[in-house]
Design a protein around this ligand. Structure first.
Ligand SMILES: Nc1ncnc2c1ncn2[C@@H]1O[C@H](COP(=O)(O)OP(=O)(O)O)[C@@H](O)[C@H]1O
Ligand SMILES: [Mg+2]
Length: 251
């Protein structure tokens, strides 16, 4: 997708030897984990010097697993999810997606991997303003050279209840409708990895429920690995596993 945010410019690089364990990465990769996170940390420069947003975290997610990441606002959930998706740059550590160490790739390599494997729903939607709903959803299909892009995009929008909003531009859609377009865009390629940042945050209960159903259906039907950042305890409870983050640490 062309609109992924660039890595933050105030990134503080780590010295040599990030302090992570190569052995545990190797073990996770050998296990065929969908995601292996090893010694992953994020620090940024701030007025008083350096701020640690994410302390070194380690975990693995198996293929077709459903994982909820929960924690208070400002605890580092979005930062972690962005790092998992290759949208940010870590200060230390590794993210291995399906055996590929994504930060050993260059930007283009990471973009190609995202296109092939990853659907991402941003907390702030990130729809393209000059494209209609259906054109936003067609975009990842066109980028990957899929056939029948319009039909597939229309069918996915229908599935999230927006069959009658195909030609609307984002600014003429409510927050909840924009969120559903963002979900349709992330899921239309049926990616093996689905990441969503507070996917029901701006939806009413009934629409939220239909979106949750859709995500878990894709998980079941296609064996997609699902990682959800959420405040919603009932959504977290439906995931196979929950990890909690507090002040940038797993607790
Ligand atoms: N690029 C950045 N520079 C400085 N501070 C940041 C940056 N990105 C995030 N933060 C801060 O890091 C903390 C965690 O942010 P975030 O990951 O968005 O939390 P959450 O998604 O859990 O609400 C917040 O205090 C936020 O203000
Ligand atoms: Mg967030």
């Amino acid at each position: 997708m062309p609109d992924f945010p660039k890595a933050s410019s105030n990134f503080v690089p780590d010295g040599p030897g990030g302090g992570y364990s190569t052995a545990s990465t190797a073990a996770a990769v050998a296990d065929g984990a969908a995601i292996a996170v090893v010694g992953l940390a994020k620090r940024v420069a701030d007025a008083s010097g350096e701020l640690t947003i994410l302390h070194e975290v380690d975990f693995t997610v198996q293929k077709a697993e459903t994982l909820a990441i929960v924690g208070a606002s400002g605890s580092g959930k979005s930062t972690l999810l962005g790092l998992l998706a290759g949208l940010d740059t870590p200060s230390a550590g590794k993210v291995v997606l399906d055996g590929v160490d994504i930060y050993a790739l260059d930007e283009d390599g990471r973009a190609a991997l995202r296109k092939e494997k990853l659907g991402f729903v941003f907390q702030s939607f990130q729809l393209l303003a000059h494209l209609t709903a259906v054109e936003n959803v067609m975009l990842p299909l066109e980028l990957s050279g899929a056939t029948h892009a319009r039909e597939k995009a229309e069918a996915m929008l229908d599935r999230v209840g927006l069959g009658s909003r195909l030609k609307h531009y984002p600014k003429y859609l409510s927050g909840g409708e924009q969120q559903r377009v963002a979900l349709a865009r992330a899921f239309v390629t049926e990616p093996p990895l689905l990441f969503a940042d507070e996917p029901t945050g701006s939806l009413d209960a009934a629409t939220g429920e239909s979106v949750i159903k859709l995500m878990f259906e894709l998980n079941r039907q296609h064996g997609s690995t699902l990682v959800l950042v959420t405040h919603d305890q009932s959504m977290a409870a439906r995931c196979g596993r929950t990890i909690t983050i507090a002040a940038g640490r797993l607790v």
